[in-house]
Design a protein around this ligand. Structure first.
Ligand SMILES: NC(=O)c1ccc[n+]([C@@H]2O[C@H](COP(=O)([O-])OP(=O)(O)OC[C@H]3O[C@@H](n4cnc5c(N)ncnc54)[C@H](OP(=O)(O)O)[C@@H]3O)[C@@H](O)[C@H]2O)c1
Length: 289
């Protein structure tokens, strides 16, 4: 039995889509009805990292688990790993982040992911670590500005990031969940080229067939924007991460997606083509986000 956590999220939903549908897959969500709506042919189970008994129920009979956590101020990984050990899980495939390899990265989110990796490595279970660069889907946060004013606003528009399609992260996860030979491996996952926000804006404008403007935010403007959706320590971590990108720390391209899956990593153009509707219609119109 394979358990997928984070299954209603960006990477997890693609992992579920990539796994063979059937009785060997179980999806965990705090809201099983929502997960059932997304995956009508997959078994869902209620589970919340803050509720250890729910983790025990979700992990019953599970051999391999895909672990996604998102809260740097909580010990969600510790609770899940403890429940996984008790349940007799053999291997955990953990979604981490490429920044853990950067010596200069000392922000809250990277420190949290490093600690999560350490915990998993030391727990006695088999482990596989996925360390993606920024998701291409982060550009969905530009959709409202594109729709309302044909403008993308972001920090450091000319600094490159070897961003990766979440579907490629998911395909590597599917391999690690379903094949032998991935235990004890850590995979750094990038797209096929490093792109700047200015270049991404140009690509989106080409696909939409409209001129798009790029407006570079100051750090204070970015802080104010991020403060609307994240707590202050996370905002500062994201700003520190952007500063490392400005210094060129995120431009390295890796071939891991092709090596693990046998298929080249998708380009930003491909990702944008497949999600272009998100930039032309509001979420409630498409029903897809
Ligand atoms: N965004 C990036 O560019 C990037 C780059 C590198 C690494 N990462 C890493 O990727 C991870 C985030 O992945 P993602 O973007 O796919 O996630 P996401 O879209 O934000 O989804 C988060 C998932 O976590 C689940 N969740 C939240 N709170 C929960 C709780 N208390 N108990 C159980 N489940 C809970 C949610 O499920 P329900 O609501 O259904 O319960 C949801 O499916 C983070 O660890 C991040 O550090 C992100």
């Amino acid at each position: 039995m394979i358990l997928v956590t984070g299954a209603t999220g960006t990477v997890g939903r693609e992992v579920v889509r990539g796994l063979p549908a059937g009785p060997c897959v179980r999806v965990m969500s705090r809201d099983p009805a929502k997960a059932e709506g997304m995956f009508p042919r997959v078994r869902t189970v209620a589970g919340d990292y803050t509720d250890p008994p729910s983790l025990a129920r979700a992990l019953r009979g599970v051999h391999v688990a895909f672990l996604v956590t998102t809260r740097p101020d909580r010990d969600d990984d510790a609770r899940f790993v403890s429940a996984a050990r008790t349940a007799g899980v053999r291997r955990v495939v953990k979604l981490s982040a490429a920044a853990v390899l950067d010596d200069r990265a000392d922000d809250l989110i990277t420190g949290w992911q490093r600690a999560n990796e350490e915990l998993l490595r030391a727990c006695g279970l088999q482990w596989t670590l996925l360390r993606p660069r920024a998701f291409m889907s982060n550009s969905l946060s530009w959709a409202a500005g594109i729709r309302s004013g044909r403008t993308v606003r972001a920090l450091y528009g000319t600094s490159p990031n070897a961003c990766v399609d979440p579907r490629d992260v998911a395909q590597v996860a599917v391999r690690a969940l379903t094949e032998e030979g991935h235990a004890g491996r850590a995979y750094t996952l990038t797209g096929p080229q490093a792109l700047t926000a200015v270049a991404q804006t140009r690509e989106l404008g080409r696909l939409l067939d409209i001129p798009l403007r790029f407006e570079e935010l100051t750090t204070d403007e970015a802080r104010a924007t991020l403060s609307g959706r994240c707590p202050p320590p996370v905002v500062e971590a994201l700003l520190a991460s952007a500063e490392r990108q400005r210094e060129g720390a995120k431009a390295q391209v890796e071939d891991t997606v092709r090596v693990v899956t046998g298929r080249p990593a998708r380009s930003f153009r491909q990702w944008a083509q497949d999600h272009i509707e998100a930039f032309t219609s509001a979420p409630d119109e498409t029903g897809t986000r």
